[in-house]
Design a protein around this ligand. Structure first.
Ligand SMILES: Nc1nc2c(ncn2[C@@H]2O[C@H](COP(=O)(O)OP(=O)(O)OP(=O)(O)O)[C@@H](O)[C@H]2O)c(=O)[nH]1
Ligand SMILES: [Mg+2]
Length: 301
C-alpha cells in the first residue's frame, strides 16, 4: 500500500485524543486528521490535518448538539475532501454522547466511502450512568454503522476498567486503542513475513454479522497468556467464539520462532468456527524483543 493511503481520523474530544495516541505509534504509515469544534483538541504535539467545526468562533464544543455539529461539518467538508480522496483506508475514532463525535462522524464515513475508501470505525459507547448521553449515542450509531465497512464498538465502561488495571487513562484509549490501530496499520502497510492487503481485509470484513478487534500481549516464555488475554477481549460485549472470518497479526521480536507463531495463532483459531476463514500475518521488530502480541479482527459473529 502506498504511503499516505491510510488515514486515521479523530472526531470530537475523545476521538481526537485516541487518534493522536494511535498515530504516534504508526506515523510513518498513516496520515492523521482531527475534527472538532473545540480548538484545544488540536495540540501542537501531533502533526495533524485539522478541521475546526466552530463556525460561530466561540471555540468551544458543539455543546452536545449533534445537529449543529453535522451542519458545521457540511460547511467544512470541502476542506478535507482531497485528503479523503487519496485515502484507501479510513480509520475513524470517536466516542458518542457529545455533540461533535455524534453529529459529524457518520457524514465523514459516508464521504470517505463515496471516494472509494474502506472505512473502519471505532466507536466509544458512553457509560450507562449517563442516560442522556446514551440516548444521543443510540441515535448517532446506526448511520455510522451503515456508512462503515466495519464498525467496532468500544464500551467506555470496559475501557475504563481495563485502564484501571493497566494504570493508564481511558481518555487516552488506555493504550489499547493505539495498539489496535498500530496492529491494523502495520498489518496492512508493512511487508511482514507474509503479505496482507486490503482485498484480504475486505474479504474478512465482508462477512455478515458483528465484528470486533482483539489484542493480547505477553512474553515469549508464556505464549498461552497472549491467547488467554486476547480471548478476554475487554473492548466490547461481543465474544469472538464461533467467528466466521479472522485476520490475525502476530508480532514479536527477532527471537520469535515459527513455533511461537503457530502456537499463538492455532490456540486462538481453535476457539473460532470450524470453517472460519483465517488470514495470518506476522511481523518481527527489534522493539518487541522477548514479547509477543496478537492483534485480530474477527467477523461474522
Ligand atoms: N464519565 C466521563 N465521561 C466522559 C468524559 N469525557 C467524555 N466522556 C464520554 O465520552 C463521550 C464523548 O465525549 P467527547 O469526545 O468529549 O464529546 P464531543 O464529541 O467532543 O462532543 P462536544 O464536546 O459536545 O462537541 C461522552 O458522551 C461521554 O460519555 C468525562 O470526563 N467523564
Ligand atoms: Mg468536545
Amino acid at each position: 500500500m502506498e504511503q499516505g493511503s491510510i488515514l486515521i481520523v479523530g472526531v470530537g474530544g475523545i476521538g481526537c485524543q485516541w487518534s493522536g495516541g494511535a498515530h504516534d505509534k504508526c506515523q510513518q504509515m498513516a496520515d492523521l486528521l482531527m475534527v472538532d469544534a473545540d480548538e484545544s483538541s488540536f495540540t501542537s504535539e501531533h502533526e495533524a490535518h485539522c478541521l475546526h467545526l466552530d463556525a460561530s468562533g466561540s471555540a468551544r464544543g458543539a455543546a452536545a448538539l449533534p445537529n449543529l455539529a453535522a451542519h458545521r461539518l457540511n460547511e467544512g467538508i470541502t476542506n478535507i475532501s482531497a485528503l479523503l480522496e487519496k485515502s484507501e483506508l479510513v480509520i475513524l475514532l470517536t466516542a458518542l454522547g457529545g455533540g461533535t463525535g455524534s453529529g459529524a462522524t457518520a457524514e465523514i464515513a459516508a464521504k470517505s466511502r463515496e471516494s472509494g475508501s474502506l472505512v473502519i470505525s471505532i466507536v466509544g459507547i458512553p457509560f450507562a450512568e449517563q442516560p442522556l448521553r446514551c440516548a444521543i449515542a443510540e441515535k448517532a450509531l446506526p448511520p455510522i454503522e451503515i456508512n462503515s465497512d466495519l464498525c467496532i464498538l468500544v464500551s467506555l465502561e470496559r475501557l475504563a476498567w481495563q485502564a484501571r488495571h493497566r494504570n493508564s487513562d481511558w481518555k487516552l484509549g488506555s493504550e489499547w486503542i493505539g495498539e489496535l490501530i498500530e496492529g491494523l496499520v502495520t498489518t496492512l502497510a508493512r511487508v511482514g513475513k507474509m503479505n496482507l492487503d486490503l482485498m484480504d481485509l475486505r474479504t474478512v470484513i465482508g462477512r455478515p454479522g458483528n465484528a470486533t478487534l482483539i489484542v493480547g500481549n505477553g512474553t515469549t516464555d508464556d505464549p498461552e497468556e497472549v491467547v488467554r488475554m486476547a480471548r478476554n477481549s475487554p473492548l466490547s460485549e461481543i465474544s469472538a467464539d464461533g467467528a466466521k472470518g479472522c485476520l490475525i497479526q502476530v508480532e514479536g521480536g527477532p527471537d520469535m520462532t515459527l513455533g511461537h507463531l503457530n502456537m499463538v495463532s492455532e490456540a486462538f483459531v481453535s476457539t473460532l468456527d470450524n470453517d472460519c476463514q483465517v488470514i495470518l500475518g506476522a511481523r518481527a521488530s527489534e522493539d518487541m524483543a522477548g514479547r509477543l502480541r496478537l492483534v485480530a479482527v474477527v467477523s461474522g459473529l
